[in-house]
Design a protein. Structure first.
Length: 273
């Protein structure tokens, strides 16, 4: 029986949504298939290959304790399309027997007999983001960086959301996402992006969900086989301004902010200067 349990758990690891590592499960969202190093890992991590309608769209390292993502990694492929309105959650954060694809809260409560309390133990829920003042739901991986409805929909999971200063979210951060990215990615064949959040000292939802102190983003773009370029930004999550940095400057700043050693976001071939 024990052998059978071990065998079935190994089977599950190969297919599931919440995975053991990005190197083996959804490495395609990282430049040279190399995810960030362990210096960003929280106390209670969950590696999520974000799956919607049986397809992977991006990768998220989730902090189960803070109930916010550490980072989301994706390939920049913007296109026209409507903004979805439905929010999803991650069933496999509850446990491995639940669906491998993101679902609506309503679906889990009504079809899988999950209590709201059980769901809320594993992750942030819609109620956590109700009645916020000065904050709103900030995407790490923004829906506008994707070209079709399913890939946009996949970004509307609460595991890709942090409490973000609403002026920053609608102002300087939005300008970076929509304007600076278009300028910087001109000539790029493929652009790999990692967007993250540094946990802060404040919380929403009676201490359940952390409000990040900073938001950051880094991009590594392949212009051709011989030329790779990179850029990065960081923003304090209570001011409407974004600071443009080199990749190396961002990694050094994050190393200080997280305090867990030298941060490396991309493979060494991506220029730090």
């Amino acid at each position: 029986l024990l052998l059978l349990q071990v065998f079935t758990s190994c089977l599950w690891l190969g297919h599931s949504e919440v995975v053991k590592s990005f190197e083996t499960s959804c490495p395609q969202f990282f430049f040279r298939e190399v995810p960030p190093n362990e210096a960003l890992e929280p106390q209670k991590p969950a590696w999520i290959c974000q799956r919607y309608k049986n397809q992977y769209y991006f990768a998220t390292l989730y902090d189960r304790k803070m109930r916010i993502p550490v980072y989301s990694a994706y390939i920049y492929q913007p296109g026209p399309g409507k903004r979805p309105k439905t929010w999803l959650v991650e069933p496999q954060l509850i446990g491995p027997t639940y669906p491998k694809t993101m679902e609506k809260e309503w679906t889990l409560l009504n079809y899988y007999n999950v209590s709201l309390e059980k769901l809320s133990q594993s992750q942030a829920i819609l109620h956590d983001y109700k009645n916020l003042t000065g904050l709103n739901r900030g995407h790490l991986n923004p829906n506008g960086h994707h070209g079709d409805y399913s890939s946009r929909m996949a970004t509307f999971t609460l595991t890709n959301i942090v409490p973000q200063d609403e002026k920053l979210n609608g102002g300087a951060w939005n300008n970076y996402e929509q304007q600076t990215m278009i300028r910087n990615t001109q000539g790029c064949q493929t652009t790999y992006v990692i967007v993250g959040a540094v946990p802060g000292n404040n919380y929403i939802a009676k201490g359940r969900v952390n409000k990040p102190s900073h938001l950051w983003s880094a991009a590594c773009c392949m212009v051709d086989n011989n030329y790779i370029k990179a850029w990065a930004v960081i923003a304090e999550n209570d001011k409407n301004q974004v600071q443009l940095l080199t990749l190396g400057e961002l990694e050094d700043t994050l190393s200080e902010l997280y305090g867990r050693g030298q941060v490396s976001l991309f493979d060494s071939d991506c220029p730090r200067e």
